[in-house]
Design a protein. Structure first.
Length: 259
């Protein structure tokens, strides 16, 4: 097992130091408190400052935590707030649909599953929290890309591998598909990511009207569709959209129009 990286440990120690106590400290105080050479402390602070994790007051030269840490912290809190507020509604969706339910957020060019409710039967299932789903073929990915311009740009700029014969990969075809998703307010994945599986998902918006996540159900294609070659079951679409609306309202997004 590899050891820790000393420079990262020292950077973390500086951030913790600035996060407590006086909040603003000079180079000499930081170095002496942590037992570092001034040159070493200065080099780490300069790097942290370049990345936005630390700021330096121009008048006093003292250091404090930077805005980038606040942004990352808010992102962490947003995900946990989203998950906390979705717990009851996703449980209800799993019970009413009889299928497994996923809650996902955009992450590194894909969809990160942050919550997973098992299908309410006795079948053997595996927890999928932490798994990644593709943007271009998964229902949650398409729901997010259709309502978030940043995610849409990432999807169109990235490689779009073909997972099954049904996977849509062409740029123009993907753009047309996202337009349909925006108009109807929900997305589907009918054996586009995995053979034999189908999903339906709808976006979740926060109080700013931003699509911060997506909620969806996944099951065998014959249960999600009315027939093998038919449309998605309307009752399943309605249940997913109702769940997304409920979570959106709990996040303070009720004043925004939700398709």
């Amino acid at each position: 097992m590899s050891g820790s990286i000393q420079s990262v440990e020292r950077a973390a120690a500086i951030l913790r130091l600035l996060g407590g106590g006086e909040r603003r400290m000079g180079l000499t105080d930081i170095a002496s408190t942590l037992g570092l050479a001034k040159a070493t402390a200065h080099g780490i602070l300069r790097t942290l400052q370049q990345e936005g994790f630390v700021e330096q007051d121009a008048a006093t030269g003292r250091y404090q935590l930077g805005a980038e840490l606040l942004r990352l912290g808010n992102s962490y809190l947003d995900i946990h707030d989203l998950r906390a507020r979705a717990l009851v509604w996703t449980d209800d969706l799993a019970r009413s649909s009889g299928e497994s339910v996923h809650l996902g957020v955009p992450h590194q060019g894909g969809v990160l599953v942050v919550h997973h409710v098992f299908r309410p039967d006795d079948s053997r299932q595996v927890v999928e929290v932490g798994a990644m789903q593709p943007l271009h073929s998964s229902a949650m990915g398409k729901a997010l890309a259709a309502f978030d311009p940043v995610v849409r740009t990432q999807l169109l700029a990235a490689d779009r591998p073909r997972f099954t014969a049904r996977t849509v990969t062409g740029r123009r075809d993907v753009e047309d598909l996202l337009e349909v998703v925006r108009e109807q307010g929900w997305a589907s994945d009918l054996e586009e990511s995995w053979e034999g599986l189908a999903s339906v998902a709808s976006p979740v918006h926060d109080r700013r009207g931003v699509a911060v996540g997506a909620v969806g159900v996944t099951g065998a294609v014959e249960r999600v569709r009315e027939s093998r070659d038919g449309a998605v079951r309307p009752a399943l679409v309605a249940a997913v959209r109702d769940c997304a609306r409920a979570v959106t309202r709990d996040l303070g997004g009720g004043r925004f129009r939700i398709n």
